[in-house]
Design a binder for this molecule. Structure first.
Ligand code: IMP
Length: 201
């Protein structure tokens, strides 16, 4: 039995494998289906994008498919950048551009609270889909700190810590992050479902 993970991001795949023990399930990724076009992530919510990715790949491959979508929600910005986190500073922007824009938008604002959020969707081959989410609350600081991780990590201090995600050891981030949180829930809630397809603990 095959399970497709709808990502071309090796780092994400590693995180998923670290939490799930797939036993006899054969795990494939979008890389194993080169003829399937990239899914355009044009949904207005993280849920919509995760569902679109999972259902599109599940129907195209005929396999159960797991997909995720993440973003940073900043309270003082009404939840922005949220679903637009990857391209906050424009279509061809990079992480540095996004961080600069975030600092700019928050300049002079007292409320610096924020939350990373991940939605995971699991679809069967017919497109019947279910979702769950994970989050990690924290605050946005005023200047970049640290060089680990990616994206908004140098500006985000998770609640209960004094260092940013980019300063903390990756082992800690992978234990407390929004993605880890969502994956752990997925493991707890969907293990028996996936297990009945071929074995997973
Ligand atoms: P994706 O859906 O996981 O690809 O995430 C979309 C965007 O959200 C990324 O391009 C990053 O800008 C941001 N993001 C998601 N997860 C993280 C994280 O763990 N640290 C920092 N930024 C993140």
């Amino acid at each position: 039995m095959k399970l497709v993970i709808a990502t071309r991001n090796a780092h994400k795949l590693e995180e998923i494998r670290a939490i799930f023990d797939f036993q006899s399930l054969e795990v494939c990724t979008a890389f194993d289906f080169p003829d399937i076009p990239d899914v355009v992530e044009d949904g207005e919510t993280l849920e919509a994008n995760a569902i679109k990715k999972a259902v599109t790949l599940a129907k195209a491959t005929g396999c159960w498919t797991l997909a995720d979508d993440s973003g940073l929600e900043v309270a003082a910005l009404g939840g922005a950048p949220g679903v637009y986190s990857a391209r906050y500073a424009g279509e061809h922007c990079n992480y540095a551009d996004n961080n600069a824009k975030l600092l700019d938008e928050l300049s002079g604002k007292e409320n610096r609270s924020a939350c990373f959020r991940t939605v995971i969707a699991l679809s069967d081959p017919e497109g019947n889909v279910q979702t769950l989410d994970g989050s990690c609350p924290g605050t946005i600081i005023e200047a970049l700190r640290g060089s680990n991780g990616f994206g908004y990590d140098p500006l985000f201090i998770p609640t209960g810590y004094t260092e940013t995600f980019a300063q903390l050891d990756s082992e800690i981030k992978n234990r407390i992050s929004h993605r880890a949180n969502a994956l752990q829930k997925a493991h707890d809630e969907w293990s028996s479902l996936l297990g009945s397809m071929g074995g997973m603990t």
